[in-house]
Design a protein around this ligand. Sequence first.
Ligand code: GSH
Length: 309
Amino acid sequence: MSDLILHHYPTSPFAEKIRLILGYKQLAWKSVLIPVIMPKPDVLALTGGYRRTPLLQIGSDVYCDTALIADVLERRAPTPSLFPHEQSGLVRTVAQWADSTLFWTAIGYAFQPAGLQAMFGKLPPEHLQAFGADRAAMRGNAPRIAVAEATASLTEYIDRLDNMLADGQPYLLGALPTLADFSVYHPVWYVSRVPGLSVILERSPKLLAWLARMAAIGHGTAEKISSTDAIDLCRSSTSLGIDGAVIDLHGIALGERVTITPTDYALDPVEGELVLASATELAVRRHDERAGTVTVHFPRNGYQLKKSA
Ligand SMILES: N[C@@H](CCC(=O)N[C@@H](CS)C(=O)NCC(=O)O)C(=O)O
């Protein structure tokens, strides 16, 4: 039986990135469906504050952020690799661009009035209002991209991606998919699902063919479980154990109380005892009434570590 538990919801692009990686690696996984907007009490029981989607849970270890989740899955199932061409620097750099710049450009384009009408028009108006208020609060002062600029930039990005697929090359960086393909996939997938607005992709038949090739990878084998079962499983599990040489850039030792907070948006701190500070990963151990002792992991990149006040 698989011990990989993905907490997600179907329309989440970042979750789609991970579902497709699970499919690529032919992994079996458990699926916990979580709310699209706050409140998310069962998510917070596991993370202690982090609210973004998705999360990967393995027993009492909880991994936040798809950059780290991808690495955890790569460690778990090294073949097929997300870094097949030994160009992992290029792969990670393109993936990071896609997860930030391309993603927010796609969202700026998709969330124009026609897109909102297509996505939310059939639902009660309160639904869209609640969604808008939730995301505005989550984004805080993070910069927003206006529809005209989003359209212009997305058009240019589609042309750049088209160029990367030149000469019949099936994937963005070569003959095999890499992490870059999975990161580019999710914003393009999101745009492809918005009736009326997906036409923008038609300027690149090559990108559309790539999208279909990526989609055909599928999601692996998933079995639904409840969030209560996932929390019970967390409580009855012990941590996988932590390794990695300590890299101390903050004057904070293992065992000290700290907070870890995203640096871009959804700035909710997670507080606990620092148990891992490797070159690329941070983790805290915290106690929760329902979930018991939980180890919550983050990538270094994009997260701020601080000593607790
Ligand atoms: N850097 C994060 C970004 C995750 C993210 O922004 N996810 C979106 C959904 S696709 C989100 O959390 N939206 C708010 C929510 O689900 O509560 C990652 O790679 O996991």
